[in-house]
Design a protein around this ligand. Structure first.
Ligand code: SF4
Ligand code: SF4
Length: 353
């Protein structure tokens, strides 16, 4: 099934190339090549074998469409705020993953050190990076840029193969709506992190700026693209969507409180979105929370059990019969995730050019 998805994705890429061909005049050729490179890179990032190993479900942002962000908005207690995976426990999890075969050849596999939190806040972040560098692993990070970590001079960041910077717009007004953070500070942090990693820490990976497209920030896309260009990093505008599976399901069942629902319609692009059940879902990936609990995918917080009780075969068997996925697909939740919008990548292409 994975292969089918890949084929479908390549077909979309093929469509995109057709569109690029129609953009005439030779002076745009370098831009076209760059656009193709970025799109291929984006697609590749989405397709590789990936394990989400969440080193901390603690975040400093207050995103309206994420359960961590909502908890932060509601001023949750310290227990509810989440926790970090301490280094010793991280090593136990890692050793188990290797022993039972979840972790295999570094060439084909990425380890994403995030899911429901901001990984750069982890107090032992450097130790984890150093450890995975020794293990010759390929790490992916996603950060909101609100916090700028101070790496010691001897940190070797060569295992980090990609860092995604997420932006919720390109103005303080947009940041007030979603992250509730200082926009200019985030810009400075992103620029500094890119510069420092490239200059001092053996960083050989890529960077991408993920611009979350909301109804209120479409006019800011070009400015964000310019910012990315000035740092020589990739730029990917993607639809913002409801990343909180629980609320996504409530939305589909008509169970969301009116106030929240009206924000969804005001901010997200749900108007022309396809609805209805789906047969497949490409969000299914191994996700491990900071306490060693396993999730079916990065969207839902329900734990399927402890990673220490699972092998790849038992995990697969559990997934195949997991009733929640059947319910989720019948409700059409995977369709709510706008990344699956056939048209969007093509429309977004103009921002790569
Ligand atoms: S979406 Fe990411 S940045 Fe925003 S609150 Fe959730 S974990 Fe934090
Ligand atoms: S069907 Fe739903 S629960 Fe299952 S992997 Fe996809 S999004 Fe997650």
């Amino acid at each position: 099934m994975n292969k089918l998805f890949r084929l479908r994705r390549h077909l979309k890429l093929y469509q995109a190339l057709e569109i690029l061909k129609t953009i005439s005049t030779s002076k745009f050729v370098p831009n076209k090549l760059k656009a193709i490179k970025q799109l291929v890179c984006y697609r590749h990032e989405m397709d590789v074998d990936n394990i989400f190993l969440d080193i901390g479900d603690v975040c400093n942002s207050k995103c309206l469409f994420c359960s961590t962000g909502i908890k932060n908005r509601n001023g949750c207690s310290s227990e509810e705020r989440g926790s970090f995976m301490n280094f010793e426990f991280f090593k136990q999890v890692w050793t188990h993953l290797k022993e039972v075969g979840f972790i295999h050849t570094p060439k084909d596999q990425r380890i994403s050190l995030y899911n429901w939190g901001e990984p750069l806040l982890h107090p032992e972040f450097e130790r984890i990076i150093d450890y995975l560098t020794q293990e010759k692993r390929k790490i992916v990070l996603s950060t909101n840029g609100i916090y700028l970590p101070k790496f010691s001079a001897n940190v070797n960041a060569s295992s980090i193969r990609f860092i995604r910077f997420t932006m919720c717009g390109f103005s303080q007004a947009s940041y007030d709506k979603i992250f509730m953070a200082d926009f200019e500070q985030c810009k400075r942090n992103i620029a500094t992190l890119v510069k420092n990693l490239r200059a001092h820490h053996g960083y050989i990976g890529g960077f991408g700026l993920i611009f979350c497209v909301y109804q209120f920030n479409t006019h800011e896309i070009q400015a964000a693209a310019e910012f990315a260009r000035s740092l020589h990093i990739d730029f990917w505008p993607v639809w913002a969507y409801q990343v909180d599976g629980k609320r996504g399901m409530q939305f589909l069942k008509g169970e969301l409180p009116t106030e929240y629902l009206s924000k969804m319609f005001q901010y997200l692009f749900y108007g022309g979105h396809k609805r209805g059940p789906v047969n497949t879902c490409h969000f299914a990936q191994l996700c491990i929370n900071p306490r060693g609990g396993v999730h079916r995918c990065c969207m839902f917080r329900e734990s399927m059990g402890s990673i220490f009780d699972m092998t790849p075969d038992s995990w697969k068997a559990l997934c195949d019969s997991y009733p929640f996925c059947t319910e989720c697909k019948a409700a059409g939740f995977p369709r709510l995730l706008c990344e699956d919008d056939d048209e969007f990548d093509l429309r977004a292409l103009k921002y790569y050019l």
